[in-house]
Design a protein around this ligand. Structure first.
Ligand code: TYD
Ligand code: MG
Length: 373
């Protein structure tokens, strides 16, 4: 995630909703670093007592001799302690709980957050100690969120995942030392977060074979291709303005796709509610998933399942044309690895594609025809 390791003197921000697992992840990271380094790792918690963090660490069987905990909220005391103990890594959990006493503002306010982060930045740069800051994403405006610190830090990671789902995604949105948009996939288990080494298989594990409205696509998460199942449910609407609801998919793109389908094919959607869902709490941000979403919508409309060994890739343009996607070979290879046998790809796709049986289609309409929709 960090692009090859923890850089000396770097300041990393880890954001995420309360309860998503930031403390859990960092406790594990702290323990791993502590075990492999001669120096100590200092974990400062401003939210929990040493007894609490210690209890959690013990329950997770993290008991490196070099892992030290401190419960403290005063910024200057924390900075001084880090300077004195010279840890290989310092973690401050959370930046919202830390307070600089010479700043006249409440803890968690924008000015406190900025000022405290600035002190940790100076500390990291002058001492060479890498510092991790935890920042809670907040819904209401009374406590400032990690966004206000993004420009100050070297690296920004977000831990995300629905709370009712055991999977967590760690994404890098900024990294001065490595590639961004990398993603790490973890599962929250009884002993903390465990890496999921083959996320595609996990996200497809519960896929119903030959169900109408389900299509698989391959999204690039950073440098990593991940298979994602896109589901659509189309049902008759009783509303004057039919519903268009997207989970894990851009709502504007869904509107665009339904408009294109209505105009460029003969699929009547004006009186239909359309729900689109990316399975597993994932989020697709690439237009390369357009074709899969469009096929899922039509598959549900017609109640006609698509071949379960097929994936679809392609951006849908306003005139219904299919546009190329990047890193096609890598995506197809990942799909082939998981047992997919055919792929619908835009006609602009290079001629040299192997790994999987490809069907080139120029428009959404051609794509529908090729799967008998
Ligand atoms: P936590 O790391 O405290 O979240 P954050 O610091 O982001 O607020 O994790 C909170 C949740 O994780 C909590 O609801 C319980 C769950 N959890 C596990 O399922 N297994 C574990 O081993 C641990 C430590 C926590
Ligand atoms: Mg926490």
């Amino acid at each position: 995630m960090l692009g090859g390791g923890i850089v000396k003197g770097s300041l990393t921000l880890i954001g995420g909703d309360p309860g998503v697992g930031k403390s859990t992840l960092l406790t594990q990271v702290a323990n791993t670093v502590a075990e492999s380094s001669q120096q100590c790792v200092l974990y400062v918690s401003g939210e929990e007592s040493v007894a609490q963090v210690g209890l959690r660490a013990r329950r997770m069987r993290l008991n490196s001799q070099n892992l030290l905990f401190l419960s403290e909220t005063d910024a200057d005391t924390i900075v001084a302690t880090i300077r004195e103990s010279g840890p290989s890594v310092a973690i401050v959990d959370s930046i919202q709980s830390v307070m600089a006493h010479d700043v006249e503002a409440l803890p968690g306010s924008v000015s406190q957050l900025r000022e405290c982060a600035l002190r940790f930045l100076q500390l990291a740069k002058s001492s060479g100690t890498p510092v991790f800051l935890v920042g809670h994403v907040t819904k209401d405006g009374s406590i400032a969120g990690p966004k206000v610190l993004e420009h100050m830090v070297d690296t920004v990671l977000y831990l995300e995942g629905e709370r009712f789902n055991q999977y967590r995604l760690l994404r890098s949105t900024k990294n001065r030392f490595g590639p961004t948009h990398e993603v790490g996939v973890f599962e929250m288990q009884g002993k903390g977060l465990v890496e999921v080494s083959n996320p595609s298989a996990v996200f497809l594990a519960e896929r119903a074979q030959s169900a109408a409205g389900s299509v698989v696509t391959v999204a690039m998460e950073g440098t990593r291709p991940i298979l994602q199942e896109i589901q659509a449910l189309v049902s008759r609407s009783s509303l004057a303005m039919p519903r268009r609801s997207a989970t894990g998919f851009d709502a504007n793109r869904l509107h665009l796709l339904t408009a294109v389908l209505s105009r460029r094919t003969n699929i009547p959607l004006h009186d239909q509610d359309v729900y689109l869902n990316v399975v597993g709490g994932l989020r697709v941000e690439e237009p390369s998933a357009d074709l899969a979403a469009a096929l899922a919508i039509v598959s549900s409309t017609r109640d006609h399942p698509l071949p379960s060994d097929m994936i679809a890739l392609g951006e849908v343009g306003l005139s219904g044309e299919l546009r190329g996607v990047g890193q096609l070979e890598q995506r197809l290879r990942e799909a082939a690895k998981l047992g997919f046998l055919r792929a619908l790809v835009p006609s602009s796709a290079p001629a040299s594609l192997r790994d999987i049986d490809v069907t080139r289609v120029a428009t959404v309409r051609d794509a529908l025809r090729s799967v008998n929709l």
